[in-house]
Design a protein around this ligand. Structure first.
Ligand code: GLA
Length: 385
């Protein structure tokens, strides 16, 4: 659905004209997986798939949001924000309203139609996109109607993350909200998840980022994610470091035997992955796509063998992709346990890769993949209509 169609939808639903459009993208992570909550480094890009809200401020402190995807409507009063049932899409919007008010922002109610084109539950951060789009909508609706809120960039991302951690109850790191907020067309974003310093890095020309959704359910993702976090914290504690970010590859190799085997394997992934992100950024700057691809491959193998968050479907995509000429590298992206894998491929070979996946993946897994060519895109924004 494009903005014109959403405007028509809004007019039909609310019997008046919308005043603003707010949007925020999903993301893929190119490299740096399970490093953000270890105060480490990540290199995601925002993708050309958004969550969009077309809306108009209200004179009271009520929010009414109608979903163009599901056809249902969520309404809540800003005075008393309660959680909807577990898994409800509106919890992301409610959570954002809740934390913005806690942080001292005076919010105005609005009516809105919300539409998402980020695949849901596929590891492309549809939830961060809803959070950032809602945050932009509150910004557009303005403080008491007098002026837009002064809220953007890293601060906006942190508030959206808090909504997810404290209200929705998912213990994610900062990466997804940060890239949805600060992505830039044609660029990946190198983020230091401790200092929140960041740097845009141009994407290489002539290559496509192909995203493959395994269409496999992400079972146990939340509990396994929390378990990995706890294992990383245990490793850092034992090594006397504030976070695994502070442990160099050399120190780790010297002291590895102090850790129980399983904990050492988890830590090994994070510590080497942090170094790979730094190497990948250097490779991008040097336009060394081959090196970048090799690092992607190493990242996947480490997530599969040491961190154990891949799945047979993700491994199948990666194996198929690596057998296609013109593919520089392939890896799972996001938390894992299902979801999506990405491949970096020469533009001229992207069609052949998509075809190889369409042909071999169902044969190997019995599932139908979804394949998207994604373009690095701009982060969240809003404008008046
Ligand atoms: C999920 C979380 C992120 C990050 C990744 C793994 O996407 O939301 O914060 O931890 O998993 O890299």
């Amino acid at each position: 659905m494009n903005v014109t169609e959403l405007v028509a939808h809004f007019e039909q639903a609310f019997g008046r004209q919308p005043a603003f459009v707010a949007r925020a993208p999903g993301r893929v992570n190119l490299i740096g997986e399970h490093t953000d909550y270890n105060d480490g480094f990540v290199l995601p890009m925002a993708i050309d798939r958004d969550v969009t809200i077309v809306g108009a401020p209200r004179d009271d402190r009520v929010v009414r949001l109608r979903s163009a995807n599901f056809g249902d409507e969520a309404g809540f009063a800003l005075e008393r924000i309660e959680k909807a049932h577990d898994g409800a899409w509106s919890n992301y919007a409610r959570g954002v309203a809740h934390v913005l008010q806690q942080a001292g922002f005076a919010l105005r109610g609005f009516d809105g139609v919300i539409y998402g084109e980020v695949p849901i539950g596929s590891g492309l951060s549809s939830s961060a996109a809803i959070e950032m789009a809602t945050l932009m909508a509150f910004t557009a609706a303005g403080a008491d109607g007098s002026a837009p809120l002064a809220l953007a960039g890293a601060q906006a991302a942190r508030l959206a993350q808090r909504a997810e951690n404290e209200f929705v109850g998912v213990n994610c790191g900062i990466m997804d909200q940060f890239i949805s907020s600060l992505g830039k067309a044609g660029h990946a974003l190198f983020i230091d998840c401790r200092s929140l310093a960041y740097e845009l890095t141009p994407m290489p020309r002539g290559v496509t980022v192909l995203v493959v959704d395994t269409s496999a359910p992400r079972s146990l993702a939340a509990s396994a994610y929390n378990e990995r976090r706890a294992q990383c914290e245990q490793a850092a504690r034992t090594l006397g470091a504030p976070a695994l970010r502070d442990v160099s590859v050399e120190t780790f190799e010297q002291r590895r035997s102090e850790l129980p085997d399983l904990i050492a394997r988890r830590a090994a992934h994070v510590i080497y992955e942090n170094q790979r992100v730094l190497d990948a950024v250097a490779a991008l700057r040097a336009n060394d796509v081959a090196m970048f691809g090799r690092l992607m491959n190493q990242s996947h193998d480490s997530l599969r063998d040491w961190y154990e968050v891949s799945s047979k479907e993700l491994d199948a995509v990666v194996e198929i992709a690596r057998g296609v000429p013109g593919v520089y590298g392939a890896r799972m992206t996001g938390a894992g346990f299902g979801g999506c894998a990405i491949a970096l491929v020469d533009d001229a070979q992207a069609g052949a890769l998509a075809q190889a996946i369409a042909c071999d993946y169902p044969r190997r897994t019995g599932r139908e993949p979804k394949v998207y060519a994604c373009v690095a895109s701009d982060g969240a924004s809003w404008s008046t209509l």
